[in-house]
Each structure stands twice: as C-alpha cells, then as structure tokens.
Ligand binder design. Structure first.
Ligand SMILES: [Zn+2]
Ligand SMILES: [Zn+2]
Length: 552
C-alpha cells in the first residue's frame, strides 16, 4: 500500500456501515502541505446493542493527533447524528466550526450547556453560499430534509470536485425551506464530479418520497376528527413538522402548547432564524391552565420513548401538570428509530392502559421520512453523474441498495467501512490505508472508550452480577475474623448460596500457601482465584469477581 504524496482522500471515522455517529474527514495533500477538513460530528443512540452505554460517538483520536492540520468542521444540518458530538469532542479538535444560522443556533445552545460557547468559533454561513475553509473551496447546496436549512457540501479541490450530500430527500412541497436545489446539482454534474458521498438511509424504499404537504393534510384531517385532549409527539428538530402540527391544530380551533425542554429550545432557535413567523408564540403549561380540553393541542417530546421525556411521564401519570385519560388521544408524528422499539411500545402500552387512544402513521398520513428513497437517489445520480459513488449513512443493507442504484446510473461504486482511507485522486480510487476507529460512550459527564475496562466490567456486571469478598489479615498474613461476601445483582444477602460461598471462601483462603501471604498483590490474586473456585459452577454464571484485602 503506497500513499499518495499529493492528492485528495476521504476517511469516514463514523457513520458508514451504521446509522448515527456521522464523522467524515477529507484530506488534501497539495504543494507539500497536508490539510484535513471534517464534515459533521454526531452522536448515535445504542438501543439494545449496548445497554451499558446510551449515547455513543466516534473515537476522534486519529484526527485529534493531527488537529494542527485540521482546518475546520462543517455541519450539514442540525440533527443530533450530525452535530450532537461537538459539545463533547470539540476539545479534541479545537478547530473553527461552519454552519448555517439554524444549525449554529442549535449548536450554540449545546455549547453553552457544555461551558464551551466562549471557546468555539462558529462561522455562520448562509444556506446555498460558497465559502473557503483552509485550502478547500466549499459550496453549500440547499436540500430538503427533516431539519431546517439542511445543506449538501460541494468540495472543489485541485484534484477534483466531490459532492457530499448530507441527509436529503426530494419533496416538491416541503412547506418550510426550499426544495432540493436540483439545478445546482445539475450544474455541478456539468462541471464534472469525481465522487459523490451520499445518504443511504432509505435506499431500500422504492419510488419517490412522500411530501410534508401530505402530512399537513393528514394531521389536519386527523385532528379535526378528534375530541378531548390531544397530544402530538414528533422529533424536536423538525421545524416544518412542528409548524404542520401547529397549523393543523389551529385549523380545528385549538391553541398550541409545547411541553418539554428540547421543543422549547427548538422554538427559540427557529424564531431566532425567522421561522414560525405567522404563528403566535406557543403557550406554556402555565398559560394553558384555563383553556378547555377541546380548544387545546399539546406538542410533547418523547417520540422515542425517552425515559425522562414529557410523554413518558404523562404515560406513567408522573407528569407534574399534565394528565391524559379516557377520551384523550396521543398522535405519533414520527417513526421509531431502530433500537427504540421496546421503549416506545412501553410508553404506548402505558397510555393505552390509561384509556388514551394512540394513533400512529398506520392510522393516517401523519409522518413521512426525511431521507431520499431509491427513486430520489436515482434521480440525483442522473443529474450529478459522479464518476465514483461512495454510499454512507446506513447499515450494510442500505449501503448495498444505494450501491446498486449508483451502479445502474453508471457510477463506479466503492463500499467503505469506518476507518478506510480512500484515495480519490490522482491515480487509482482505492483504499490505501486504515485509520484506527472506535466508539466512545457518554457515561454521566465522562467519555469512556467502549472497549475500555470500565464498560467491559459494566457489561459483565450487567449480565453476570458481581461478587465482592473482603477479609482482614494481620502482619504475618493470618486471617482475622470472618470474611464477608456481597454479590449485588447476583444473590440476596440471606441466600443460603451466599453463605455457602462465604464458608468455602473462608476454607480456601486458609489453604493459601504462606509464601503468597507476605505480599498484598499475590495474596489478593490467590484469594481471587479461591473466590472463583468457591463460586463453583452451580450458578452457571461468570460474575465479575473482586477481593478486598485489609492488612491490620
Ligand atoms: Zn438528518
Ligand atoms: Zn443523519
């Protein structure tokens, strides 16, 4: 494998072969200088795969080691899987950030919460404009997506033009924001595109995308047919959807109240950027106290079953101000992100148990996806006509479905995995090297490597419990008193098995040879082996085992 001394390369550190954690890098080696550019820096939600960690992000070590050559981070749009990791990873990157006004407003709030707002330089870039970051000549191209001001990025370099689509779809009537700028994509195609790196999420769906305008009609009809209290839940980053819900509510003579911090943050960011101009400010729970049930609609957070969200609390009747019951309705104007199925079903079950009617996109057109279908993807290829196609933003089945469409459109396809360094030009387009990759988990306020000792121990405890033994010894190494055993997550303290283990452990440490008793480390290791033996096979578990030795 020989690396080009000069040229352009692409490296996904996260988001290829998985949905979430998008973190893309481009490397330009030109006139003896090496420069890196990052596009997006998002989080992923682990769902059921990794119950020991909820929020994940790509390990930034590779680029952190080269951050003196990282000229900037460009954000395509304000979704968590594209900007949610910046507040955690920026200290490792320390580069300026480029984003549209809306994405910048969303990001600023996150950085303020992380006490980073004064350190991070954010360059606000108008949608659809051209700008320079280091040696990269960049152009935002407006696309329709479920976040306001979503942009594709065209990268012009001395070695060719790359189109990085970000998340996008085709929608002739997106209601908020412009339609995907197909004229510009066609013009880029005419200029000659070396490679297109693109969204694969919905590549397995045939035909064209459904329109947000259909959702507005669907919601208006559904809401008009209902009586009693209505709560609608949706993703808290979708300005068009919140507007659709609010307008559908007002068409039925209902005032709109929003519940939940992320929706209030969305309202602030959206109004700052000139959205919702023909809607009065949304009501708070306090404002809405005296409004009749039939004249109110609430938009609530919690479409993914998030435990602390407003909807989860309402469903378990633990919300401080809102309760729903017989005759009331909850509408899910959203889809379930894979991994969240169980959590969402639990909330829906709790609502149903209380007599609340639950309506979803199975009951009417109340949600459409923000991602390009197979039909949309083929259309874009016919305009951009890239020499090479690099499917990203998807799991393998999505990437391969995207690849088939690209191949049909006449592009050569390169399927990558996170960590592959792909030479784009000059010379052969192929993987020339691999960067180390990994995942970090957000655990409380800390970042921990998924493969590190702490989370490995937690995984083991989660499934096998833990057994801790403590005992005291005198200076010569003779055991004083009785050892103590505790096995949280495995045995109740009065369990006879617990007493049996304690007795056997007690015998076993008496048997430890004298020469191992002088030094604490070897004594502890021998005692740990003794504890494992005392556990035996009866439990059919391999718990995490540890021993505390106290020399008195
Ligand atoms: Zn998105
Ligand atoms: Zn995305």
């Amino acid at each position: 494998m020989t690396e080009q001394k000069e040229g352009l390369a692409y490296l996904p550190l996260g988001g290829t072969g998985e949905i979430g954690m998008n973190f893309n890098l481009y490397r330009l080696r030109h006139e003896g200088e090496e420069t890196w550019l990052a596009i997006d820096c998002g989080i992923g939600f682990s769902g059921n795969d990794t119950p020991e960690a909820e929020v994940l992000m790509a390990d930034p070590t590779f680029i952190a080691e080269r951050r003196d050559r990282l000229c900037g981070l460009v954000i395509t749009h304000a979704h968590e899987d594209h900007l949610g990791a910046i507040a955690h990873l920026w200290p490792y990157l320390q580069c300026p950030v480029y984003a549209t006004p809306f994405a910048a407003a969303v990001l600023r709030r996150k950085l303020t919460e992380a006490y980073l707002n004064n350190q991070v330089v954010i360059h606000v870039i108008r949608p659809a404009s051209r700008f320079e970051v280091g040696p990269f000549d960049l152009q935002f191209v407006s696309v329709t997506h479920s976040a306001a001001e979503s942009q594709a990025v065209a990268l012009r370099t001395p070695y060719g033009l790359v189109v990085h689509t970000g998340d996008w779809k085709l929608d002739p009537n997106p209601l908020v924001g412009p339609v995907t700028d197909l004229d510009t994509f066609k013009a880029l195609g005419d200029e000659g595109v070396l490679a297109m790196v693109g969204d694969s999420t919905n590549s397995m769906k045939e035909g064209p995308s459904q329109s947000e305008a259909d959702v507005r009609i669907g919601l208006t009809e559904m809401i008009a047919s209902l009586e009693g209290r209505i709560a609608v839940t949706c993703f808290a980053s979708n300005v068009a959807r919140v507007e659709s819900i609010a307008k559908a509510a007002r068409a039925s003579g209902r005032e709109v109240m929003i519940v939940g911090r992320s929706l209030r943050n969305l309202e602030t960011a959206a109004r700052e950027c000139g959205y919702f101009t023909d809607l009065p400010p949304f009501l708070t729970e306090y404002d809405a106290q005296n409004i009749e049930d039939d004249n109110l609609l609430m938009i609530v957070t919690g479409s993914q079953g998030e435990a602390r969200s407003a909807l989860s609390r309402i469903a378990s009747d633990t919300h401080s101000t809102i309760s729903l019951g017989e005759g009331d309705t909850v509408i899910y104007s959203s889809r379930v992100i894979p991994g969240n199925e169980q959590a969402v079903m639990t909330v829906q079950d709790n609502l149903t148990r209380r007599g609340v009617r639950v309506l979803t996109d199975k009951d009417g057109t109340v949600h459409v996806s923000g991602h390009a279908t197979g039909g949309d993807i083929s259309h874009l290829y016919s305009l951009v006509r890239p020499q090479y196609s690099i499917p990203t933003h998807g799991e393998w089945r999505h990437l391969t479905a995207h690849a088939a469409l690209a191949h049909e459109a006449g592009s050569q396809v390169v399927l990558l995995e996170d960590g592959d360094i792909l030479n784009l030009a000059p010379g052969e387009v192929k993987v020339v090297d691999t960067a180390p990759t990994g995942r970090w988990a957000l655990d409380g306020g800390r970042l921990l490597p998924m493969t590190g000792g702490v989370l490995a121990a937690r995984r083991r405890m989660l499934f096998n419990g833990v057994v801790l033994a403590s005992f005291a010894v005198d200076e010569e190494g003779y055991v004083i008193g009785e050892p103590r055993i505790s096995a949280p997550g495995l045995l109740e303290s009065e369990d006879p098995e617990s007493m049996r283990i304690c007795e056997e452990f007690s015998y076993a440490i008496d048997e430890i040879p004298d020469e191992l008793r002088q030094d604490d480390l070897s004594f502890r290791n021998a005692a740990r082996t003794a504890l494992r033996r005392a556990l035996g096979r009866k439990l059919q578990k391999r718990p995490l085992v540890d021993v505390h030795l106290l020399r008195v």
